[in-house]
Design a protein around this ligand. Sequence first.
Ligand code: 5AD
Ligand code: SF4
Length: 499
Amino acid sequence: MTCLYRRKVHHLPKETKDYEKYFQPPSLTDAKKRGKEDIQVHYDFDIPEEMRAFGHDKYYLIQTYGCQMNEHDTETIMGLLEQMGYKPTEDRRLADVILLNTCAVRENAEDKVFGELGHLKHLKAEKPSLVLGVCGCMSQEEAVVNRILKKHPFVDLIFGTHNIHRLPFLLKEAYFSKEIVIEVWSKEGDIVENLPKKREGIKAWVNIMYGCDKFCTYCIVPYTRGKERSRKPQDVLAEVRDLARQGYQEIMLLGQNVNAYGKDFEDSDYRFGDLMNDISKIDIPRVRFTTSHPRDFDDHLIEVLAKRGNLVEQIHLPVQSGSNEILKRMSRKYTREHYLELVAKIKEAIPDVSLTTDIIVGFPGETEEQFEETLALVKEVKYDSAYTFIYSPREGTPAADMTDDVPMEVKKNRLYRLNDVLGQFSKESNDKMKGQLLDVLVEGESKNNADVLAGRTRTNKLVHLTGPKDLIGKIVPVQITDAQTWYIKGEWVSAAVAK
Ligand code: 5AD
Ligand code: SF4
């Protein structure tokens, strides 16, 4: 592929104190720049012949943190490793390669990784041949890479989110080098197709676009994942068709901002609504997407989703705050009124839609009144569920320079109050399902009780049901008998036709 940015593999003598002499760390400032370069799509990826047996008789273990994008990247990393002959293991002592695929979105995600590195230090001391690597969003952060170099010099390999396809080469370097191998490109505008993926189960993730250009002031993602770039429609559609042929029951389309899909196409006005329309014609039972941005949710998309079919009645629509002042300072580029208008339009087109959201409490300067505006919005929309977070300052983002003046106790109390209201609405909406006969995709045994099966409705509600194990992997009719706050209970009705 063409060499646009810094792409040298750095070898640093381990334990070195003056590493700045050798190594220029990834830069958030560089990552922020959005150039005009063309997006190159590469179809020629292959693992070189001499590396196909490199992992023969060796084992790998990957620990994944964070979002579904990261989970899906792990599937790619597993695919690459298995094409090199590596086998998976859950046993750390057996592993020859351990990779931490990290998340940078909040501080506690980073703390977990640093804690884990502390544990792995002992393992590395016992087994020096172990290759220990850090990848994912944290490795895109300058401060993190520097901290690893200073405090965790036993790490062998660091590679960034733009460098996954380079793993075979980097691993080889890491094995033969006595030095730490680092390859983190701050910017990358390319898309690499044809990477192997190891998928498991009956649901499959499909990337439709990468990166984010929104730059919400609290968020590190535009820096760690690079600029928005969409896969070509024909590549996405071919992948979905292939998954349909393989018998997958559900596809989750992934992107930081799926409804910005296509905005980067120079010679075409094919957008997310068009893609959903084309995917709706493919014979796969359920199609979802995550995550969408209210600003890019256009009427055509609503029109396409309203046709239903395999496009399910569930939309994740992050609001973040119900206060116009906070939304402005978050740079979300919509108002509370615009968001509520959009919700009204969606509900009019799809009356039984299940809406879910993301909310941040305790953004710098958030007053009690502003938080109450969020509570009021939640009550108005009546979300089925939400991911709720306490604001976490991320170095290098604009919000990190704002005065974070809401005391932690107040933030925790707001989170508690918010979750309490969300719990009430979740229970209310679950109660409404009692007595209904619904299609449930049975995913497996329930986590806490192997005699109970767990599945999901089209609206993604968790269902615990009774029925034989051979229902796993199928969409079956279930009579809903009871509702809890976060799940519903039901019984499989053989020979019934559900809706
Ligand atoms: N602090 C707290 N929550 C955050 N999110 C993103 N950045 C931060 C941050 N700095 C949340 C947003 C986003 C979700 C994936 O994570 O709600 O939608
Ligand atoms: Fe982060 Fe905002 Fe982009 Fe979502 S839209 S990934 S919150 S910058």
